[in-house]
Design a protein around this ligand. Structure first.
Ligand code: DGJ
Length: 692
């Protein structure tokens, strides 16, 4: 390491440190990411023996915190440029460090090409999450292409082994958690779809293979971006590991023009001790404190009409559903797709954002008034980035969609994607939404996005590839503008369910639609994966009909409610078809949810398991909420008690609605006896209150 004066920086969080240092060639090495070190302790890292040189194998791979494409690097590059003359290698010189109380900015330049690069680390007093980003400034007279410009490259310490946890999925089966040994070489995942995607979520966790739910150190990173992205994890033969995370995808490059600057989205990372539960908890607390726009609010119990009516909607039927929803205790009525233009099926009308005159002859006003009169807020579905070719908008502006010359325009769900990277299309979108929200007393918007990009071209544009980044930046811009103009409106992010869930969109929306799959059994895995990173406060969960319209599975009402109570409870069934007793029981369960809602939405979540029983525990102040579900039980086996976590061992906890009192120490050591019925689909929602 440095033979010159030591150039070492320590990024401190309340319990951890991240240490970087420059070598003689001004290469930035990641020296430490783990427990907190003092400045003196961090400095002694420079005395550690340098790793044995293996230039023929791993060179400098997976050791650099700023990892540009340059000499001695054959592994993954977090920063790869292409200058106008064809040169691709960067030769960076360190220029200076800027340090503020909670921010470190290390500035580099490529003197010949007059390209400035800055890596930035930001910390907060109440979290161990470190936020990082990369900035680029082009001081030359020719453009430079960023082939790859990752927000951060995170260097991990040497461990005995490496296990990678990640979330993969598909439509109807989002956020499936897998944990596998990290392969040697490079492991990449990401999205080339134009949005975050169902297939992979921009989160990962690494441990040495021995962490459990409650023990062991875990390193975890995320990317706050809702367009295309990639995360690469490199494991060299010498067992060095680095994670590089950034927006964009191969082979798309970002052009930074002469005199222009560019800034990456944030990648955040957190080192925790205390197993996967502690890692997930760190992300939840971070989201609640630093990501969400209104984290202090309780999300209302909403009713959504989609599964009840699909496209067959009109003012009277919506009003009838609203009556039932209000009687059940719902607080927000959301009218889904099918209210506008010629949208009586999925083949027409997208883009024409005015109420369908046959369905709403007097506009939306009377329905909204009716809903407000019932004491509920009113929400509406939109899909502003899309157009059906069979629409007035497309007939007027066929050039407004992404397309390429001499190529077909592939439709998915009979729709094309609007090129909102264009200034005029972005302005149109913002204006249409603004008008909709100005002309109607709308309190909530479900912002949907139902297809990936294909033939993503922008004929006539100087840099057509800009559309990939431009789409997401302009999406953010419009949402931000709408929020500013209509500050009372709350927004749900939806993309055919959970196709756009990430810390970028969560920075400007209030909740997400987790999955179109509302089958309570399938939801247990989806929700558990979701909870690895995102808090219950944003996870939309509907109770729908049985048999489930998606899977045809028959599941009892209580089980459906108890699974949905682990997030932002909502009702999405056809209430007109529910029996009186189902409606009554539904109302009781909505009321029970409201009792535990602050604990679920603002508390600390822990995943629970015992035998065949799965569940989640939430803890806030003196309150604990336990939700438990058991699909089936093998003959001769009883349900073991569910061990609870983080309770006061000296305290007694009273079980609401019963005369049972439990000791904190016993709940932790032995568990809570759930007394579940022996039948299939047994479940429970238990509220414990600490006694004085
Ligand atoms: C996909 C969403 O995920 C559904 O909830 C529903 O809003 C449909 N789109 C409507 O087209």
């Amino acid at each position: 390491m440095p033979k010159r004066e030591p150039r070492i920086w320590t990024v401190d969080t309340p319990n951890t440190s991240y240490v970087v240092a420059l070598d003689d060639e001004d290469r930035l090495h990641g020296l430490h990411w783990g427990p907190a070190l003092t400045t003196e302790q961090a400095a002694s890292l420079l005395d550690l023996p340098a790793p044995a040189p293996r230039p023929a194998t791993d060179g400098l791979d997976a050791r650099l915190d700023l990892s540009p494409g340059s000499a001695l690097r054959w592994g993954q590059n977090g920063l790869q440029v292409r200058f106008a003359d064809g040169t691709r290698d960067l030769e960076l010189r360190f220029t200076h460090a800027e340090t503020e109380e909670r921010r470190l900015r290390l500035q580099f330049e490529d003197p010949h090409y007059r390209l400035d690069i800055a890596v930035e680390y930001t910390t907060r007093p109440d979290t161990d999450v470190i936020e990082r980003r990369l900035s680029v400034r082009n001081r030359k007279t020719e453009p430079v292409e960023l082939v790859r410009a990752d927000s951060a490259t995170w260097v991990l310490p040497r461990l005995e082994g490496y296990r990678l946890s990640r979330l993969h999925g598909e439509w109807g089966a989002e956020t499936q958690l897998t944990r596998n040994e990290l392969a040697y070489g490079e492991t990449h995942f990401g999205s080339r779809r134009g949005l975050t995607s169902h297939q992979a979520n921009p989160w990962l966790a690494l441990d040495d293979g021995t962490a459990t739910e409650h023990t062991g150190p875990v390193w975890s990173t995320t990317l706050a971006w809702s367009g295309t992205w990639r995360i690469g994890v490199e494991r060299t033969v010498a067992d060095r590991v680095a994670v590089s995370a950034g927006a964009g995808h191969d082979p798309v490059a970002i052009t930074v023009g002469p005199g222009e600057s560019w800034q990456s989205p944030l990648s955040s990372g957190v080192y925790t001790e205390g197993g996967f539960a502690a890692s997930a908890d760190a992300w939840h607390q971070y989201a609640l404190a630093h990501v969400l726009p209104h984290p202090e609010e309780l999300r209302p119990v909403l009713y959504n009409s989609w599964e009840a009516t699909e496209f067959d909607i009109d003012a009277d039927r919506q009003a009838a559903l609203a009556d039932k929803a209000a009687a059940m205790g719902c607080e927000l009525f959301v009218m889904d797709d099918g209210w506008f233009g010629a949208r009586t099926h999925d083949g027409a009308g997208l883009g024409d954002w005015t109420p369908n005159p046959d369905r709403f002859p007097k506009g939306l006003g009377p329905l909204i008034e009716h809903v407000h009169g019932l004491g509920m807020r009113f929400g509406i579905w939109v899909e502003p980035e899309m157009v059906n070719p069979d629409s007035d908008l497309y007939r007027a502006h066929p050039d407004w969609v992404y397309h390429q010359p001499h190529r077909r325009r592939t439709e998915m769900r009979n729709q094309l994607v609007l090129n909102i990277a264009r200034t005029d299309v972005r302005a149109w979108m913002e204006d249409r939404l603004d008008r909709l929200l100005t002309e109607n007393e709308i309190d909530f918007v479900k912002w949907d996005m139902n297809r990936s990009f294909t033939e993503a071209g922008w004929p006539g544009a100087e840099h057509p590839d800009d559309l990939w980044e431009g789409h997401t930046r302009n999406l953010y811009r419009v949402i931000d503008a709408i929020r500013e103009k209509h500050p009372h409106v709350r927004i749900e992010s939806c993309a055919s369910g959970g196709g756009r869930v990430d810390f970028g969109i969560l920075g400007r929306t209030d909740q997400v639609w987790t999955s179109d799959n509302t089958d309570a059994v399938d939801r247990i895995d989806i929700q558990e994966g979701f909870a690895q990173v995102y808090p219950a406060r944003v996870m939309g969960t509907w109770v729908t009909d049985s048999p489930n319209p998606f899977t045809r599975r028959e599941v009892p009402l209580d089980f459906r409610f108890h699974v949905a109570m682990a997030g932002v409870l909502a009702v999405g069934g056809d209430l007109e078809a529910w029996s009186e007793s189902e409606l009554e029981r539904g109302a009781e369960l909505v009321a029970a949810y409201k009792e535990v809602r602050p604990t679920v939405q603002h508390g600390r979540r822990t995943t629970l398991r015992a035998g065949e029983v799965r569940g989640a525990q939430f803890r806030l102040g003196d309150e604990v909420a336990v939700l438990a579900w058991r699909r089936g039980r093998s003959f001769g086996h009883d349900d073991p008690p569910l061990r609870l976590h983080g309770l006061d061992p000296a305290a007694r906890y009273r079980e609401a609605g019963t005369d049972r009192v439990h000791h904190g120490a016993v709940l932790a050591a032995h568990g809570l006896h759930l007394r579940l019925a022996p039948d299939d689909y047994a479940s429970a929602a238990i509220r414990l209150v600490k006694e004085d």
